[in-house]
Ligand binder design. Sequence first.
Ligand code: CU
Length: 162
Amino acid sequence: MNARTTRTLAAALSLTAALAISGCSSSDSGSGSEAAKPAPTVSGAYMPEPVNDKMAGAFMVIKNDSKTADKLTGVTSPLSDDLQIHETKDQKMQQVPSMDVPAGGELKLERGGNHIMFMGLKNKPKVGDKITVELRFEKADPVKVELDVKERTYNAQNSNAH
Ligand code: CU
């Protein structure tokens, strides 16, 4: 095999690889189970300024545009070693192991409802601070989110009435 043949062969191989990659990413129609992996997006993430360093809540909307249902299974943050997923029932909150992020739908974390709870804060954030959290999902890759620390009374619902 001479050098020229080797080069031609290498070019042909890399072209095949490129075609395989683009062919994979363009087929998110659900024909292959890998291509249908959800990639959730997050909007309106905030934390009302906590009263003390014992606990804080976080709210956001997690959108799943894919055709595959997913679950929020955990949250981590440098601010606390214990982040929990809470639901609110009969005005009492309780921890749940996961929360559904429906296919073609969204999971709303809002005041008075589902939320993320920081148990024990390493410091007390102030209005204007940004808190990084990482959301973990059953299927999707982890998603990093920045929470805006807002006034204690801030409620995203007020600025987005329906
Ligand atoms: Cu809670």
